[in-house]
Structure formats: C-alpha cells, structure tokens
Design a protein around this ligand. Structure first.
Ligand SMILES: [Zn+2]
Ligand SMILES: [Zn+2]
Length: 342
C-alpha cells in the first residue's frame, strides 16, 4: 500500500493537473530510501577504482575455479597497465594496454555504458523535440521463482512484449529503451527487473498500469515509476545495468557458470516508435559533442595538450592497475579549493 501511494505521489509531482483534487503529497510518503546509484555516487573515485580491482580479482579467481583459464588470464591483463594523461590534478584520459570485453568486467562495462550513452542521448533529445512526450523511469518486477537467469529474463521480457500490445500501453507510451537487471534472493530464487525509460504521451494513474502489468504477468503488480527530470542522469542510471547486471560481491562459481551460458543475451534495447526513430537518426556533430562531454573530445587529447579543466599541460604517466586508486587518492586529498580530478 505504501509503495502504491508513493508512486502516485511521484507522478503527481511530475505533472500537476490544473484542477487537482489530489492533496499535495504528504511528506511521510516521500521516498527516503537511498537508491543504489545514490550510494554509488557517494563513494570516491579511489574507492570505486579499488572496488573495480577487487571485482576483477574475484571474477578471475572464480574463472580459474571453473577451469576457464583463458577468461581468467584476460581479466588479469585487462587494464593492467595504464597510460594516464594527467596535469597532476586531473585525469583527462586513461588508455589501457588491453581490454578483455568480458560482460561482467567493471572496466569494460564502464566503457560500454558510456558508448551507449553517447549513442542514445542525442537520439532521445531529438525524439523528445519531435514528439510531445515526457521521459519516465519505469521498473517492472516479477515474482521470485525457481528457475535460471535465462528463464527469468525470458519471463519478464515476454510479459513486457504482451504489455506493449495492449491498448493502455499504446495510448500512454511512445517507445523507449529497456535494460535488464538480474537479482537473486536469499533463498536462491531468481528475479529480473526490467528498467525502462519510457516516453509517456500523457499522464495516467499508476494503479492502472499496475493492473495492466498484473494482467500480463498473472502474478506481479509490483512496479516503480518516477519522472526523469535530467535525461542524461536518467539514461546513465539505466545503462548502468549493462555494465553491472548483478551484484558481483555475492557472486559464486555457479553464478559465473550460469552467466557464461547467457553469452548472447541482449541486455539493452529500444522499443516502440523510439526504436524506428533510432534506425534513421544521425546526430549532428553539435549534438554528438554536447553529449559526449569530456569523453568525445578527450579522445583527441595527447601529451602536451592543455588540461580541459585547468589548462595546465598534460603529461603521460605510466602506471600499473594497482597504482590508479592511489593516484585518485592523491588527487582527492589535494588542498581544498583545488578542483578534484575527473
Ligand atoms: Zn575488461
Ligand atoms: Zn587539470
């Protein structure tokens, strides 16, 4: 009941009907939970870099245990030596010696999700300009069942396909993107979440969508819906699951084995009218540059160029993977008033 009220409140804050009979959202119902991404943003760069190293060590050990020696070796070599373009206070660019491209590798995942952001953000902005739609972040959930990851993912994607065929959905949504987040509860039961950036044509009461979801799943009415106020941040949150489809800290050998069997499963996609729009969409140079921010022009930076953040000359610092967190730490402890590294 609590969740139901919560989501309705979030929507009513998004679009306020002119003659609303709804009372203003009570403070008690506002979402005080700290989301996973908020927690992640609170950690420093050095902490995150260190966690990426630990994750890779963990995955590599699991791979050895499974006899996947080649995978373990690739993970060890990935980003093991780095060429860091820095002014001493900021990092403008990091060039790794090797990238493993393994789906669960946190370094390769970061690069993959940046690529997706650079590709889809200009398309989303253009789509919104051409259509009168508002972006929302919708999380569809399913009941926990005794099945494997693949079956669980198929179950939720099939339900979503059914949902898209329904009149209610067509009337209220004009397409968007989806990505998968895998989860396993403490009893070992799988459940998958579908994170959707949906382009909403018009406001609706979330209870109606809940009953639609129940109609197609047969057993689940749980979903979360919130307006996206900052499209770039919204997309970042959703593509994060492409780089981090599950909680790797609690990942065991069996999980890795099962994940390796998923090989070709798609983790991200577009749907509806947005899907067709993307097929023909070519961003102009301006749009592409505006989106890539540091990423797009940092590709052209070399030693001797000016640091984009402070104009000091950049130099090339060679380091091993273990030295990167320390380097971030040095930058983080630089005297107050000085800008932090990128
Ligand atoms: Zn990698
Ligand atoms: Zn600088």
């Amino acid at each position: 009941m609590n969740q139901l009220t919560l989501s309705t409140d979030l929507i009513s804050r998004d679009i306020q009907p002119v003659k609303s009979e709804r009372k203003p959202p009570s403070r008690a119902y506002l979402d005080k939970r700290v989301t996973k991404s908020q927690r992640e943003n609170q950690r420093t760069r050095s902490q995150r870099a260190r966690e990426r190293l630990q994750t890779k060590e963990h995955l590599s050990r699991l791979a050895v245990g499974l006899g996947e020696v080649e995978l373990a070796d690739k993970l060890q070599r990935c980003h093991s030596r780095l060429s860091v373009l820095t002014c001493g206070r900021h990092i403008a660019r990091i060039i790794p010696n090797f990238t493993c491209e393994f789906r669960l590798c946190p370094d390769c995942g970061r690069r993959r999700s940046r690529k997706l952001q650079n590709k889809y953000l200009p398309a989303m902005r253009a789509f919104m300009l051409h259509n009168k739609v508002t972006p929302v972040h919708l999380v569809l959930t399913q009941t926990h069942q005794k099945e494997n990851r693949k079956q669980s993912a198929k179950r939720i994607r099939d339900a979503f396909t059914k949902l898209q065929r329904r009149e209610f959905w067509k009337k209220h949504f004009k397409g968007g993107t989806w990505s998968l987040e895998f989860a396993k509860d403490k009893n070992g039961l799988h459940h998958t979440h579908l994170h959707i950036i949906g382009f909403r044509r018009k406001f609706f009461a979330v209870e109606l969508l809940r009953s639609e979801w129940l109609a197609v799943t047969g057993d689940s009415h749980v979903l979360h819906l919130k307006p996206i106020l900052d499209l770039a941040a919204g997309l970042r949150e959703v593509v994060k699951y492409v780089s981090k489809p599950l909680d790797i800290r609690r990942f065991g050998a069996e999980d890795l084995k099962e994940f390796l069997e998923l090989k070709n499963m798609r983790m991200f996609g577009t749907f509806g009218e947005f899907r067709n729009f993307c097929k023909d969409f070519e961003p102009s140079d301006n749009e592409a540059a505006a989106v890539g921010e540091l990423e797009s022009f940092s590709r052209d930076l070399v030693e001797g160029c000016a640091c984009p953040q402070c104009n000091q000359p950049l130099f090339d610092l060679r380091m091993s993977k273990g030295e990167l967190p320390q380097f971030y730490e040095q930058m983080e402890s630089s005297p107050p008033g000085e800008a932090r590294g990128s």
